[in-house]
Structures are given as C-alpha cells and as structure tokens.
Ligand binder design. Structure first.
Ligand SMILES: Nc1ncnc2c1ncn2[C@@H]1O[C@H](COP(=O)(O)OP(=O)(O)OP(=O)(O)O)[C@@H](O)[C@H]1O
Length: 257
C-alpha cells in the first residue's frame, strides 16, 4: 500500500513565478490496486510520480510505503522498492550493453556482487525463458546490444527488467506514449500480464483513455493538483471512454477554456 498524506508541493518558491501545485493532497493506493491516472497537461501527474519516487521533494506531508515513511529517503534507496518504466524506452535499459548484460544488471539490482555472478548457465537459461515470454524473439539475440533494438523491444525489456527483482510498487509513466499503436497495444498486453502474474500494486499515468478504461481496477482523473474523479471496482468497470471525455469537457468549461 502506498499513501500520500497531506502533501504540499510548490514550484519556484520565493520567486514571482511561485506556484502551488498540491495543497493537502491525499491519495491511498491499496495493495494489489492497478490505478490509471489521467488528466490534462500540467495537472500534476508526473509531479506526483516524482514525489513517490523521490526525484522531487514535497514542502509538507508524508509518503508511506507499506507502513514505512519513505518521505526522507533518497531516490536510489526507493528504487529498490519502487520500479518505474518511463515514456522514453531508452530510460530503462543500457544501450551499450548486450541484452544478457542488461538482464543480469536488473537481476542483480540492489545486490552487492558484480555482473559475473548473474551470468552462470542457470541464470542465462532463466533470462532466456523470461525473454521468450515476451514473444519478440529476444531470447535468440542475447549477445546483441540493446541500443540496436526497436523502441517497442526496448520498452518490453524495460518492463521485464523493472519487474524482475521484487518490488513493492510499479510506476508506469506514460510508458506507451512513444510507441506506435500496434507496439503500444503489445506493451499494454504485456503490462496487464506482468501486473496480474506478480500481483503488483501499480500506478499507471496515461493519456490513452481506452487503456485507462480497459486496464486496472481504479481510475483517477487529476486537474490542477486535485483528484476530480476517483472510481474503483464496479463503478470503474462501468466507465466508458465517453464518460471520461465528458468529464474532461466539463472541467474545460468550468475553467473557461
Ligand atoms: N521543474 C518545474 N519547475 C516549475 N514548474 C514545474 C516543474 N515541473 C512541473 N512544473 C509545473 O507543475 C505543473 C504540473 O506539471 P506536471 O508535469 O506534474 O503535470 P502533468 O500532469 O504530468 O502534465 P503532462 O500531462 O503534460 O505530462 C505544471 O504547471 C508545470 O508547469
């Protein structure tokens, strides 16, 4: 479970450009929840993810992960418990290293030993098995540099690598936005499979309303640092894309856009 409690976040403090993004922002994501976060540009979705991951510091409030207050923890410490897949497929993998080396790196995340340990035959067979589950033929290219792969192949690897070592929460940061429609569909199917198999508590930020409707058990719509819609379970299951579009339109009218 992850809890954001009474979060205040300001940008450009002490300047004429000072803005308050979050004032007493609260969110609880229960164990096993798969929550899709949607919302207009600048509504605070990425800032929220950055606060959770530790790349951004709040002016007030606490972030509690499975009962532990991680608010003061450095980003690299949080990375042992929080996996993040970024919009840019290049972010989650190392292009100058081979597929095998990348897999070994992910496998040994947070451990004290080097690469050699992860590349014995048993581990190589294990990586091959994991890669074959992606259905992209990567298991036969383990000596290839990751930089030579397509964006979709790299994003599939990033997803696999992020979820390889045990994590307490998975963050998907518009992870299909840079992919063509067919590849995005494939990555979403893989995402659904991985989340279900590993029973991962997941927060997915997306601008794709269909994915937000089709995946996960909860949907959150943000606007100007507030949650303006929060539906789970049966209520969420009944939602269709048009309902979300209506909500977007209503917000635009209220804001005079
Ligand atoms: N480093 C920063 N310095 C100043 N303002 C920032 C910074 N990062 C974000 N903001 C502001 O905070 C607000 C929220 O931005 P954020 O990127 O979190 O929104 P978002 O919902 O993720 O938007 P998008 O859908 O466009 O990615 C915006 O008004 C943005 O201009």
């Amino acid at each position: 479970m992850i809890e954001l409690k009474h979060i205040d976040k300001y940008y450009n403090i002490g300047t004429v450009n000072e803005v308050c993004l979050f004032k007493d922002f609260n969110l609880t994501v229960d164990d096993g929840d798969f929550i899709s976060v949607i919302g207009s540009n600048g509504s605070g979705k990425t800032s929220m993810l950055n606060l959770i991951c530790g790349s951004l510091e709040a002016e007030a409030g606490n972030i509690i992960l499975n009962g532990e207050d991680i608010s003061q923890q450095k980003e690299y410490i949080r990375q042992r418990k929080i996996g993040r897949v970024y919009q840019n497929p290049a972010m989650g993998t190392c292009p100058s290293m081979t597929i095998l080396e990348n897999m070994s790196l992910a496998d040994n995340k947070g451990k004290k030993f080097g690469l050699g340990f992860g590349t014995n035959k048993k581990r190589v067979d294990y990586y091959r098995e994991l890669l074959s589950q992606l259905g992209l033929g990567l298991e036969d290219m383990m000596g290839s540099k990751v930089g030579s792969l397509s964006g979709g192949q790299r994003q599939a690897m990033a997803l696999l690598m992020t979820t390889m070592a045990p994590i307490e929460i998975l963050i998907l940061d518009e992870h299909t936005a840079a992919l063509d429609p067919k590849t995005a569909e494939l990555i979403m199917e893989l995402t659904g499979k991985v989340v279900k198999e590993k029973k991962l508590t997941t927060i997915m930020v997306t601008h794709n309303l269909r994915y937000a409707v089709e995946y996960g058990n909860r949907i959150l719509m943000m606007h100007q640092g507030h949650a303006v819609l929060d539906k789970a379970g049966e209520e969420k299951a009944k939602l269709v894309v048009d309902d979300l579009l209506d909500q977007f339109n209503q917000i635009s009218i209220e804001c005079g856009n």
